[in-house]
Design a protein around this ligand. Structure first.
Ligand SMILES: [Zn+2]
Length: 262
């Protein structure tokens, strides 16, 4: 068992996470109750992904889920959480990834996508097309001199290069976010902060924002509940849009498993 403590990005509150090796699919455990991280368990998508069950909620699960995705870790772990939100740590997934190194995931095979999926809303778009392996291409467009249009594309071998990309935000949004109860734990230690024309802390890579969007997408896609093969593309994604795709795929994952069992 491994313990991690830290502050939540939005609540600003401390949380304790225990990772336990365990038989069966990856589950969260809150107040003694267990539930699987699935799109159907999502409670909120405002600035982070919140999952839960029967009044229990855990916020900002996407970076740990992205690390699980990158490790292809679907069975053999329970994530016990005390607190309202997972620790933001350094704002990326690298610490989660390092912690998961100490567990051995069970091998799993990719699930076929079936029919292509395309969801477009409010200027954003996510799509998935059948392919033999998993590939991802992400683009973002922000009217900011240090971001603008950025694109990231990766075959499976180099996908983990997104793990160190941090959460980013704009200084001008901070007050409004805090008045909505968000970003109370945001600091220069866990967030790449953009000022009006520049940044307050240096980016780890020039394209850190698009890489972080790719990371968030992987975390949200994990909520499909199974590793899908496919050519995935995201343009101007959001947790909400990512989750719409994950919901479609969660249903397909269920059908695939049912047809195998039948
Ligand atoms: Zn994120």
């Amino acid at each position: 068992m491994i313990e991690v403590r830290g502050q939540g990005l939005h609540s600003g509150r401390d949380a304790l996470v225990r990772l336990h090796p365990s038989e069966g699919p990856v589950r969260f455990r809150v107040s003694g109750q267990e539930f699987r991280p699935l799109a159907s368990m999502v409670q909120d998508t405002t600035r982070c992904t919140v999952i839960g069950s029967k009044g229990l909620r855990v916020a900002t699960v996407e970076h740990l889920l992205a690390a699980l995705f990158l490790k292809n870790f679907w069975y053999g772990l329970v994530v016990e959480v005390e607190g309202p939100e997972l620790p933001i740590l350094d704002g990326s997934a690298q610490e989660w990834l390092a912690l998961l190194e100490r567990f051995q995931p069970q091998p799993v095979t990719l699930v076929g996508l079936g029919e292509p999926v395309r969801i477009a809303k409010n200027g954003g778009e996510v799509s998935a097309e059948p392919a033999d392996e998993f590939t991802l291409a992400v683009t973002v467009a922000f009217p900011h001199p240090k971001i603008g249009y950025q694109s990231f594309a990766s075959p499976p071998e180099t996908l983990s290069s997104v793990a160190t990309a941090r959460t980013f935000g704009f200084l001008k949004d901070l007050e409004a976010l805090r008045s909505q109860g968000l970003a109370h734990g945001a600091s220069l230690d866990n967030t790449l902060v953009f000022s009006e024309n520049s940044f307050l802390n240096p980016p780890r890579f020039p394209d850190e924002p698009v890489r972080h969007k790719a990371l968030d997408f992987l975390g949200d896609l994990y909520l499909a509940g199974a590793p899908f093969a496919g050519r995935f593309t995201v343009h101007r994604g959001s947790h909400r849009l990512h989750l719409e795709l994950a919901k479609v795929l969660e249903l397909r994952a269920g059908e695939r498993l049912a047809s195998k069992a039948g």
